[in-house]
Write a protein that binds this ligand. Structure first.
Ligand code: PSU
Ligand code: MN
Length: 310
């Protein structure tokens, strides 16, 4: 376990997380934007708790990350988690927003980019989310590309996801991940998953077969790369959203975003929310299923990494 640089007072691991890290025990970071902005209330709080339980069930300590009153908490109390899931108008904080929130006493949920950044700063090496942000469709006109990509290009952490959100331009996102030297491996497959669906239509070059192999792959990058290892964990076909329904609801949701004139960081939450409505809750169900599976796999990888003791 590498010794992290001293933390600024505005980045605060919980007692449990600090203790686990000091003991070299497995810790898994969890993001809060999926809870605050990606899933509808009030069920999002159950999901937040289930994610933490899924990590614990596999012998790792969960560290859900969010900024509350000017402090970035790495590991939340249940009250803090409830606040993140309940508060109206909680900000969505990417990396560029962190200095403002931390310097002015602000609060907000953290995206993949900012969660990975804060986790790494605290010494956490494994992180689970649903789907990564990436290149939006039509980005050649809007330049809308998630800061998740550049953050993963400079943050040495394992990120377990079900691919990138399928509202995006998936092939373009994979190209950008390659340019940014982010290692992408499929978990027991070379078919790159499509978030709600098993197959995005794209492939990856590499597959890994088990958590121990993934831990060895991550450890082997020490000193060679400062980029993330993305582990793409597909839903089994039996659990995916029906692919025909998937394409229909995505088209409808993107058209609605266009008609509403939504732009910038509001696009992803708007489209996800619209999807939950037009699919009568099916996208929500599938999103919860896939993120729980990712948290479980992330915990298994974290346990293997801790066993390597590097
Ligand atoms: N994964 C999910 N649901 C989500 C997200 C990820 O299953 O809501 C969030 C993550 O926090 C990710 C963000 O970083 O969506 C991407 O937002 P943007 O496209 O504005 O960068
Ligand atoms: Mn964006």
């Amino acid at each position: 376990m590498p010794t992290p640089a001293p933390l600024p007072p505005t980045v605060r691991p919980s007692e449990e997380v600090a203790y686990a890290l000091a003991q070299g025990r497995a810790v898994v970071a969890l993001e809060s934007t999926i809870l605050a902005h990606g899933l509808p209330r009030p069920g999002n709080l159950d999901t937040g708790r289930e994610l933490e339980a899924a990590v614990r069930a596999r012998g790792a300590v969960p560290a859900t990350i969010a900024v509350l009153d000017g402090v970035a908490h790495v590991g939340l109390t249940d009250d803090q988690l409830a606040r993140v899931c309940r508060d109206d108008g909680l900000a969505k904080l990417s990396v560029r927003d962190l200095p403002v929130a931390l310097g002015t006493g602000g609060s907000g949920a953290t995206t993949v980019a900012s969660t990975a950044t804060l986790a790494r700063a605290a010494g956490v090496e494994v992180f689970a989310t649903g789907g990564l942000g990436g290149v939006h469709r039509g980005a050649q006109d809007t330049f809308d590309e998630s800061a998740d990509l550049t953050a993963l290009g400079r943050t040495r952490i394992v990120v377990v996801c079900a691919g990138v959100k399928s509202i995006l331009d998936v092939p373009a996102t994979l190209e950008r991940l390659e340019s940014l030297s982010v290692t992408v491996v499929g978990y027991r497959t070379t078919v790159f998953p499509g978030f709600y669906v098993t197959d995005s239509g794209s492939t990856v070059d590499t597959r890994c077969e088990d958590p121990a192999e993934l831990a060895r792959v991550f450890a082997a990058g020490a000193g060679l790369t400062t980029a993330a290892l993305v582990v793409a964990n597909p839903l089994p076909t039996g659990l995916q959203l029906d692919p025909t329904e998937h394409d229909e609801v995505i088209t409808a949701a993107l058209a609605a975003a266009d008609a509403a004139g939504v732009s910038g960081k509001d696009v992803t939450p708007f489209v996800l929310d619209h999807l939950h409505t037009v699919s009568a809750g099916r996208t929500r169900e599938v999103n919860v299923t896939l993120v729980l599976r990712n948290a479980g796999l992330a915990a298994e990888i974290a346990v293997e990494l801790a066993a390597l003791g590097v």
